[in-house]
Design a binder for this molecule. Structure first.
Ligand code: ADP
Ligand code: MG
Length: 729
């Protein structure tokens, strides 16, 4: 009997929901481990408090002396809560988070004067040994060092007994080595550009904040079972495994009652989130068995991105207590749905207006339409860059695979808004007659609010959909750091709003149009130019692929193909113009992502080769031997008649041999292709070789292994099966 698998199964048999400590009401504990406004008021001097508030709201710098006071207050607060260590918490280009803990505790060299120390310099800047983080060649060029610097706009928090200080991570030559730095710059760019445009409608607007509400999908698998699958451990997904007889056909999991062990996990997780100030709000089952989703109340984008990164870390840690493993991979199981991370995005003014929500007056609706149409124009102009921003080896399994948005970027806006745009398209060129203005005000722009309220039609197949008061970027992968997609989206909209402002001002200055006339004129042209990107139909259909091709939209199905847009002239110009990244930083990211792609496929290839040969083939041979023994016995007893009596067994013996041969030849061929790929020095060509030459063998090898799984005695099979991974909760 296969002890590996059955021991794991036995371990799961006695599992009970872990008792979760009952905490006080959410509203009371929320943010109690965050150095938030309340704790700042309590622990900071008025000057220090004001400096941090100004940094958060106006982006002003905090000077060194003040930082000393902030550090003092922060330390006081943290020590009161039993904290012993502090760390700069950052997001290197690995896509995850990084931390290096230092103790507050210090003594002089002879052991005297033990104190708890944490000063302004420790708060503001650190030098982690940066050489082991990906840098895409940036640091080789000059200095091997990098440093982290405090981001006061994202509050410090306590996790366990460590004070975590969100920071950016940059090289000594100033290039960003992380995901946060470009994001902050993109947020600044859109703040400036959008504020200028918003001033057409309300002179009092001083600041625009992009908002983000992500929805995180994930799978929960029993820890013992996950640990018994080498592929899950090494790659985050199952590289083989026959689909379970029951999967998601009955649609009985989605929004169903949450299994009790899972529910306790979720409760525990939510408690942690409350303490950390992550405003999680909804939880439910997703479509696939053992798949779930968690979503917060939306927040300012930088904070929301930090919270998502932190959450992914916390989810895994809390899962340990409950003997679960969280699978964030976009496609951990063949044959059931994969996971995504919808990014809901909008723009909020400091006067409390959601710019993507229609208002009560014709003017506020024109404002809505302005931001709405400019967003569409931005996506139209930069669809390839949007696609590139969500490209990864794991997301390739989703995009275009008939369950997630296609690899083609399009925008869904719903019937009613389609009609509004059609009407605006008919606006007269140049000056408008008083009648036309009245008509626009009363019938087109004026009617928006009640129209939109029943705009409930939601096309789930669209990668970028307008959902009433926000856009939802649905093609983002579940493993992704939202910073990448959010940097891109905010950058392209910032650029578009800048261009829009210039065009409108030109019409006002040179054609002597009134402001609203100029706006109508520019919007009309945008509507005409961007029709290609709008699509209301079934994004999963083949017809759309054909149609999109005719329209000239890109359809990059693989990461190496999709990533190219990141380093296009247009993309580099965009990031340089907005001062978000220079070309070195853009190119470095391209290189890192290509390399990551190559490595992921390389690892998958190795692991697949190993388990196919070390688990599947030996098991197959063992079972085949028992069949051979059986046939030999039949021959002994029945003589010549054995061929008839043992017919099934003999067929099985042959079939098993064919599959073993299939595995061996395909694994050999894959290894050959890997060798060839490894000899390629050009990073692009190497990634392409892994994509087009190595990866295709995965399915072929899997085919034989999965067939064997069905043929071989269940008691002998060493790998935990799909039905066990997906249904043991
Ligand atoms: P679903 O897409 O699953 O139907 P909802 O539409 O209710 O879910 O909302 C999903 C997410 O959208 C939530 O995380 C919510 O916080 C976020 N959201 C709502 N309004 C905004 C906004 N103005 N800006 C950004 N995110 C928002
Ligand atoms: Mg959603």
């Amino acid at each position: 009997m296969s002890t590996f698998r059955f021991n794991a199964l036995k371990e799961t048999a006695g599992r009970k929901p872990v008792v979760v400590e009952k905490l006080e009401k959410k509203s009371i504990i929320f943010g109690s481990n965050v150095f938030n406004d309340k704790s700042m008021r309590q622990f900071l001097t008025p000057d220090a408090y004001k400096a941090v508030q100004n940094a958060i709201q106006l982006g002003t710098k905090i000077d060194r002396n003040i930082a000393e006071y902030v550090a003092m207050g922060m330390k006081e607060w943290a020590l009161n809560k039993g904290v012993t260590h502090y760390t700069h918490w950052f997001q290197p280009l690995t896509g995850t988070t990084a931390e290096k803990h230092d103790a507050f505790f210090e003594t002089s060299f002879d052991g005297s004067d033990p104190v708890e120390k944490f000063g302004g310099s420790q708060l503001v800047q650190q030098e982690p040994d940066a050489s082991s983080f990906p840098n895409g060649g940036i640091r080789n060029t000059f200095e091997a060092r990098g440093y982290t610097a405090w981001d006061p706009t994202s509050p410090a928090f306590i996790y366990g007994t460590t004070l975590c200080i969100p920071t950016i991570f940059v090289s000594y030559t100033g290039e960003a080595l992380d995901n946060k730095t470009p994001l902050l710059k993109a947020l600044q760019a859109i703040d400036h550009a959008a504020t200028e445009v918003a001033k057409y409608f309300d002179k009092n607007v001083k600041k625009i904040t992009p908002t983000l509400g992500w929805e995180q999908e994930y799978f929960l698998v029993d820890r013992a079972l996950a640990n018994a699958r080498p592929d899950l451990l090494a790659t985050g997904r199952t590289l083989l495994g026959h689909t379970a007889a029951k999967g998601q056909q009955l649609d009985d999991h989605y929004f169903g009652s949450i299994p009790s062990r899972v529910l306790t996990y979720m409760r525990d997780l939510e408690n942690e989130c409350m303490l950390l100030g992550i405003p999680v709000k909804t939880r439910h089952n997703e479509v696939a068995p053992s798949q779930f989703e968690l979503a917060p109340i939306f927040e300012e984008t930088n904070l929301a991105v930090d919270h998502n990164s932190l959450l992914m870390d916390v989810m895994q840690k809390v899962a340990e207590r409950h003997d679960y493993k969280v699978l964030f991979h976009e496609k951990p199981f063949k044959g059931v749905n994969g996971s995504g991370k919808h990014n809901n995005w909008s723009l909020a003014t400091d006067t409390g207006v959601n710019l993507l929500s229609p208002g009560k007056t014709p003017m506020s609706n024109l404002q809505f339409l302005t931001f709405f149409i400019n967003t569409i124009k931005a996506v139209h102009d930069y669809e390839e860059l949007m696609r590139a921003s969500i490209a990864s080896a794991s997301n390739d399994h989703r995009l275009g695979a008939n369950e997630a948005p296609p690899a083609i970027i399009s925008v869904f806006i719903g019937q009613q808004l389609t009609k509004v745009l059609a009407e605006l398209e008919g606006v007269t060129k140049g000056k408008l007659s008083p009648e036309e203005k009245t008509d626009l005000k009363l019938n087109v722009v004026g009617k928006l609010p009640d129209v939109l309220l029943d705009n409930t039609d939601r096309n789930r197949t669209s990668p970028f959909a307008f959902t009433g008061n926000k856009f939802e970027f649905r093609a983002v992968g579940s493993t992704a750091n939202c910073a990448t997609s959010m940097t891109t989206l905010n950058a392209i909209v910032a650029k578009q709003l800048r261009d829009f402002k210039k065009e409108v001002d030109t019409l006002i200055d040179t054609k002597e149009l009134k402001k609203d006339e100029a706006i109508f004129n520019v919007l009309r042209e945008y509507i005409k130019q961007t029709k290609n990107i709008l699509f209301e139909g079934d994004g999963y259909s083949e017809a759309w692929e054909k149609e999109a091709k005719k329209r000239g939209l890109s359809n990059h199905k693989t990461t190496p193909e999709a990533l190219k847009a990141k380093v296009s002239k247009k993309a580099i110009e965009l990031f340089e113009e907005l001062e978000i990244m220079n070309h070195v930083e853009v190119e470095a990211r391209y290189e890192i992502e290509l390399e990551e792609y190559t490595k992921k496929i390389q690892i998958e290839g190795r692991v697949l080769g190993d388990i196919a040969r070390n688990h599947v083939v030996p098991t197959a041979i063992r079972y085949q031997n028992t069949l051979i023994e059986n046939v030999k016995g039949l021959k002994e007893i029945f003589g010549k008649e054995f061929e008839k009596i043992g017919k099934e067994q003999i067929t099985l013996i042959k079939e098993i041999s064919e599959h073993i041969e299939g595995i061996n030849t395909k694994v050999e061929a894959m290894i050959e292709e890997r060798k060839k790929a490894n000899n390629i020095s050009d990073a692009v060509k190497m990634a392409e070789a892994y994509c087009n030459k190595v990866k295709p063998y995965f399915e072929e090898i899997r085919y034989h292994a999965d067939k064997l799984e069905l043929l071989i005695d269940d008691e002998m099979w060493t790998l935990v099966k799909y039905r066990e991974l997906l249904f043991v909760r």
